[in-house]
Design a protein. Structure first.
Length: 145
């Protein structure tokens, strides 16, 4: 049987009181020292973004506020070439299927609303992709002859 050191209620109270006194003593030492831990945490940055423990010297560099871009740049209209793929699975009763991309092994879900009515399994198609509520979907599907 392993030896266990048990402490009574008085011993635990003495230990708590001793810790309180040590904490109070450390607090008083910090007050007497004159420098708080907050002052130790302050960091300064220079014009290049480098951190320093002392404030940087004032530079004469003038920054034109009009040249600072805060927002994300507008997306330009780029002509996106449609993907090419093959219909791997299609359930015409439920109105959905999956298209396998020919340039990779990715498969994309599609709904009958974004496909031609005469689509069937094995058809080669071109399609575009969009993010749907449950992932990336194939849209604007057209059959290649």
């Amino acid at each position: 049987m392993a030896n266990r050191i048990t402490t009574g209620k008085r011993d635990r109270e003495k230990l708590k009181e001793q810790k309180r006194k040590e904490k109070l003593q450390k607090k008083e030492e910090r007050k007497i020292g004159g420098k708080s831990s907050f002052e130790d945490m302050i960091a300064y940055t220079d014009e290049n973004g480098q951190l320093h423990s002392t404030p940087p010297e004032k530079s004469n560099t003038v920054i034109d506020v009009a040249n600072i871009l805060i927002s994300t740049p507008k997306q330009e209209d780029v002509e996106i070439e449609p993907f090419k793929g093959r219909v791997e699975f299609f359930n015409d009763q439920k109105g959905y299927g999956f298209i396998k991309d020919l340039s990779s092994t990715d498969k994309y879900f599609f709904h009958i609303s974004s496909a031609p009515e005469m689509i069937k399994e094995g058809d080669n198609v071109t399609f575009e992709i969009e993010r749907g509520t449950r992932g990336i979907n194939a849209v604007r599907i057209s059959i290649i002859n």
